[in-house]
Design a protein around this ligand. Sequence first.
Ligand SMILES: [Cu+2]
Length: 147
Amino acid sequence: MRRRRAALALIALLLAAGGAAACGGDDDGGDGGLASGDGDGEVPTGVPDDVVLLDGSEVDVQALDNTFRAQNVQVRPGTTVTWTNVGRNEHDVLPVEGDAWGVEVDGFQPGDVYSHTFGDPGVYHYYCSIHGTTTAGMIGAVVVEGD
Ligand SMILES: [Cu+2]
């Protein structure tokens, strides 16, 4: 009887652990964009750790040589994000997934400005293909809050 009880307790423990993991959502293993390897072809997932919450319907991100600042921003749905190339080098802003937005290098020379309005909630990872890969280097993300 005693042994059976122990087994039940163990099962309960396993269930609790499993449930907790499931509730945790995207446990991305803590890679947080610091992927090993060459980075090409890898897709970052989830919300970055260091997100800057920005209010207002218009938000600015600076493209420096060679980082985005703020790197990760969180905005409300319908917010227009404007990237300005304040560096001395050319850059681009390319979404990691799809090509529904972003600007090629020809349109993002020093002093150039690019804007996109994010309507749908989600995490939009992007990068500069000249100074980064999809997961490292000159990268950023726009986190659009849910309703
Ligand atoms: Cu760049």
